[in-house]
Every structure is written in structure tokens, then in C-alpha cells.
Design a binder for this molecule. Structure first.
Ligand SMILES: Cc1ncc(COP(=O)(O)O)c(C=O)c1O
Length: 377
């Protein structure tokens, strides 16, 4: 087999993005978010490269099973792992994993904190607290700070290993959006409160990509980039000019043309017989919803060799039809590689806009049938 749909992951671009982030935030350490299989890029390969070649020493997962996989597959490397959402601390088996595999659960409610404080095996375990300063998803209530302080003191704990908050509106203006201003203020108040009451904050972090792009929260010990490490901006259109980051897209989604055929206006294509709007040429791509390329992408534009095509009709499990104008006839051929998105061809942001998705979602949707292939420049 000569070609196959695949995600080409350019690790040199990951290095570029990391270096750009370090230019913005020279004194903060990077806690690289590699959850959801490294945002679809392949968690293990991406994390191995980041640790060995870029010196990243902290990784963020969403679930304990992701964290365990990372620890087991990279057991020759040293790094910290945080589990941010599905920590499942109440299961005895998991307590063992946290303790023995040096995985840090991010605590976001008082009962989880109580569990850590009351379980003798966790007596010296690092405490990582995430506060809900306005995201209203997970997180400790800032109003519970006095209660949390007294619990820590009762148990002889005088330090918090990592104090965290997460922005709800980081893709909007950090200096203009009211929620961002409020969240920043609440986090400052929390830091001051714990410090004034004798608690050492060993590590603090407040910013994910949108905030980092706007140079917010860079005085904390850590920053937590996810999307920007993989290249795209996470700033909304109207705030793009506020960003200081020029990322390079790490991934290129390639497929190839299985077949081309000419059509006349009204000829039908594929399931449910969608009629062609005019005379033209159809390129049948070797990608479909069995690869994580969905039926709702129908109607989006894709370019090939300078011609603008449009996904026509129903996307099948293994194939997608792209309709091109008749002028493309002698140019678009079977067996050619067809790039859906990439650094130089294929506009990811346009595709995400037209499909009413976000780059996060496009990356994470790709299914295992798409091999991840790693390249250096
Ligand atoms: C707590 C936390 N920090 C950081 C990130 C990274 O966010 P982004 O990909 O927008 O940089 C996430 C991702 O959702 C997160 O949940």
C-alpha cells in the first residue's frame, strides 16, 4: 500500500512552539497538557519527545488511566504527572497507583482533600488544589479557603504543592473580559490568603493557552499550555490581535484520492443520492467517519492543487466525496495525496469554522484507524 490516511506529526514544530512559549514565559516551567492522547497526536510519542528533547518535566492528563499509561510507557524517564479531572480517589486500587507511581491527583473538592489528609499513607503526599475562581466546572470554592486552611493546619500541613485555577474565557481578552479579570483577582486573593496564614505555595499556575498567548499569569512558577503546543491559536477571531504567539501546526492530516470521475449537473453522489450543483469532477477521498471524519463536515471547503472543492453529500464510513469545478478536470488525479489540514496546505482554522468545530475537537476526533506518523524537519 503506497498511501494511506495518516496524521503526520512534525516534532520539530512542537519544539518550535515550545521555544516560542519559553520566549514568552522564560521563568515559568511548562506543564504540558497531553490528555486525550496528546490532543490526538499520540500522547506517548509526544511526551517522550517533549521530555527528552525539550526538557519538559511536567505533564497533565485528565484521567488516572492516561496517567498510568504515561508512567508505564515512559518508565525510563523522570517527570511529574498530574491528573486533572477523573481522579477516582475513592477507589482503593487508585490510592496505590497514586502513591507508588508518583502521580498527583488535582484535588477539586473538600471530600477529596479530607481523604488525603485522613489516610496515613498520604501523610507526606504532595497536595495539589484547584480552585473554581469562575470556570464553574470542577474546583474548590474560594469561600471554603478558611475551612481548607484549618484542615491543612490540623494535619500539620504547612505547604500546598501546587495551587491552580483555570480560565473560562482565555480565548477572549484577558484585560477586557470581566470574567477573566474576576478570576485573576480571586486567584491573587487566594494566594495571598494562604501565604499570609503561613502556608507555603511551592508551585502556582493559572494560565492555559489563551492566557499565555496574551502574556497573562507568566509570573507563576508554572504555565499549562495545551493547544498552543500543537500549533493553533486558541484566541477567538476578535481577539487574535492580542496574541503574542506564532505557532506552527504540528499535525498534517493527509489522505489520498481513491478515484476521480466527471459529473454533470444533477448527477448524484453516494448515500442518499446528493445531486451535483453543476458539471464538475468528484474526488473520492480515503477517509470517512470510521477515521473520525464526520458526516457533519459535509459542505466544508477543501483545497487541492489550487482548486477549491466542497465536501458533497453524506460522508461514508470510509470515503468522502469532494466536488470540484470542471476546470479542475485535468489536474486532480487518483492516487494523489490530499491534505486536509497542515502547516503549508489545508487551512485548519477555516475547516473548523466551516464545520462548526474547534481545533481541539478536530484533533481529538481522529480515530485509531488514522496512524500517527512522526517526523523531524
Ligand atoms: C486545568 C487545565 N489546564 C490547562 C489546560 C490546557 O488548555 P489549552 O489547551 O486551552 O491550553 C486544560 C485543558 O482543558 C485544563 O483543563
Amino acid at each position: 500500500m503506497k498511501f494511506r490516511s495518516r496524521l503526520v506529526v512534525n516534532l520539530s514544530n512542537l519544539a518550535h512552539n515550545y521555544n516560542e512559549i519559553k520566549k514568552l514565559a522564560p521563568s515559568s516551567e511548562v506543564l504540558f497538557m497531553v490528555k486525550a492522547d496528546g490532543y490526538g497526536h499520540g500522547m506517548i510519542s509526544v511526551a517522550r519527545y517533549a521530555q527528552t528533547e525539550l526538557g519538559v518535566r511536567n505533564f497533565g492528563c485528565a484521567t488516572i488511566s492516561e496517567a498510568l499509561k504515561l508512567r508505564e510507557e515512559l518508565n525510563d524517564l523522570e517527570f511529574d504527572i498530574y491528573v486533572f479531572s477523573d481522579i477516582q480517589l475513592e477507589l482503593l486500587e487508585n490510592a496505590d497507583i497514586y502513591l507508588k507511581r508518583r502521580i498527583i491527583p488535582v484535588i477539586s473538592n473538600v471530600s477529596e482533600l479530607d481523604y488525603i489528609l485522613h489516610t496515613p499513607e498520604f501523610k507526606y503526599f504532595p497536595i495539589c488544589l484547584k480552585f473554581n475562581t469562575g470556570m464553574n466546572r470542577l474546583g474548590l470554592d474560594p469561600n471554603d479557603a478558611p475551612l481548607i486552611l484549618s484542615r491543612l493546619k490540623q494535619h500539620g500541613r504547612n505547604s500546598i504543592h501546587h495551587l491552580i485555577q483555570h480560565y473560562a474565557n482565555a480565548s477572549y481578552g484577558m484585560d477586557t473580559d470581566e470574567k477573566n479579570i474576576l478570576q485573576r483577582k480571586r486567584f491573587e486573593e487566594l494566594k495571598n490568603y494562604f501565604r499570609e496564614n503561613g502556608i507555603t505555595l511551592e508551585r502556582t499556575s493559572q494560565s492555559n493557552s489563551g492566557a499565555i498567548e496574551q502574556k497573562t499569569g507568566l509570573m507563576e512558577t508554572h504555565i499549562r499550555p495545551g493547544l498552543m503546543m500543537y500549533g493553533p491559536t486558541s484566541l477567538s477571531d476578535e481577539f487574535k490581535d492580542k496574541g503574542f504567539f506564532k505557532g506552527k501546526l504540528v499535525s498534517k492530516l493527509e489522505t489520498y484520492i481513491l478515484r476521480t470521475f466527471e459529473v454533470k449537473k444533477g448527477d448524484t453522489v453516494g448515500y442518499n443520492s446528493t445531486p451535483c450543483p453543476s458539471d464538475g469532477i468528484i474526488a473520492v477521498l480515503a477517509i470517512g467517519y470510521g477515521d473520525g471524519f464526520f458526516n457533519r463536515y459535509s459542505g466544508a471547503h477543501l483545497n487541492h492543487k489550487g482548486f477549491e472543492g466542497k465536501i458533497i453529500g453524506r460522508v461514508s464510513m470510509d470515503m468522502t466525496h469532494v466536488f470540484f469545478p470542471v476546470e479542475a478536470k485535468n489536474h486532480i488525479k487518483a492516487h494523489e495525496v490530499f491534505t486536509i489540514w497542515g502547516e503549508n496546505e489545508g487551512d485548519l482554522l477555516r475547516f473548523s469554522e466551516e464545520t462548526k468545530t474547534i481545533p481541539y475537537e478536530l484533533f481529538c476526533s481522529l480515530l485509531p484507524r488514522i496512524p500517527r506518523v512522526y517526523r523531524l524537519n
